[in-house]
Design a protein around this ligand. Sequence first.
Ligand code: ADP
Ligand code: MG
Length: 402
Amino acid sequence: MRAVIYFCAVLHCWLSWLAVAASGIHLGYYRPNCQGTETIMKQQTKQTGIPRRTCILLALGLAVLAAILVWAIGGVGQQETPYTSTSVAMGTYVQQTIYGDQGEEAAAQAVQAISGLEDKISWRIEDSDVARLNEAAGSDWIQVDEETVSLLSLCLDVAEKSNGAFDPTILPLSALWDFGGDNQQLPSEEQIEEFRSYVNWQNLRIDTENQEASLKNRLNALDLGAAGKGAACDAAIDAYKQAGVNSAVVSVGGSVGLLGMPSGKNSWAVAVRDPLTALEDGQSTSLGTLSLQEGYLSTSGIYERYFEQDGVFYHHILDPKTGYPVENDLASVTVVCQNGALSDILSTACFVLGREEGAALLAEYGASGLFVTKDRHVYITPGLAESFTLEAQDYTVVTLEE
Ligand code: ADP
Ligand code: MG
């Protein structure tokens, strides 16, 4: 079981690195030019036998010229080295890349903000808002933090609009399957039938005015695992803004937050992971690149947490209506929008709903996304089509209709 957890952590780390590495494409902009110049210089030295000092001067001159040319032609601003950091929260990796002088301080504040959020919304943390709500299910209303209330309201909104495909009260079922946990198992049909009956988003009630919430029945319980990492990106970006940062990228597991623009560029390049190579051989290769401005994106995929038993594949995104992992043609869904928590919630909701209903839900929220199928199609909403560049082989890109 440890191996499975470790494997998932490594996968997550890969995805995070992929995202950050992709944003780093901009940082590496000068590198090919420098190497190219160096190679040319070496050849010239050999062929012409010019004295060493002249060569160095020539190299310096060429480097300055190249820099001026790139500046002038490419419109590329000053490249600065960002502050980068890696930490762990919410059972996954947090990767930060921050431009500007306040990088280190802002990164520390973001780490604090994410950990503060986790202390409120994790059902695993004793005395968190969610743990207290679960504990008091069927009895009391519980006073919770503003941040918790607003996340719960967003969850309820999507639960309603997705007709329960996304259900924040999924804990009885998710804990029963326990993907990636010590009790991971294929439950019996009777167990699934029973636990399924405890899952119902309509039993979650929120009083926004008094900042209180409650669960109607004793066995109702919240699991915000499908919303937390996106919400963590919101918290990090807020922390950056407060610290006066205006250019940064943060990734928390499969969610990414983008603030401003990378130094000297007018868009971020974010790699989307190929869900099928991830599944086939645990590799992390890029499906393609999304060229994005400020905003958030989240991916939900069948490769994140899963197991096989008697030749059957079981993954961690559950259909609340059946109690079993969602069975459709999808391998992953990536959602792009202007709110981190919403992007995370919608990626799960769209995975459960499938391509057609999922795309309709995205339209309701003014969000866009791409649906990757097991038969190697990438269905992309019109708003995102222009931004996506396919890199993986054997995939067909289809733009969905408005
Ligand atoms: P990840 O946690 O890997 O980023 P998701 O954002 O898709 O992936 O969230 C999946 C997690 O959300 C599951 O591990 C489970 O805790 C919870 N979950 C699974 N199915 C649903 C569902 N239909 N609605 C809400 N939460 C779900
Ligand atoms: Mg999600």
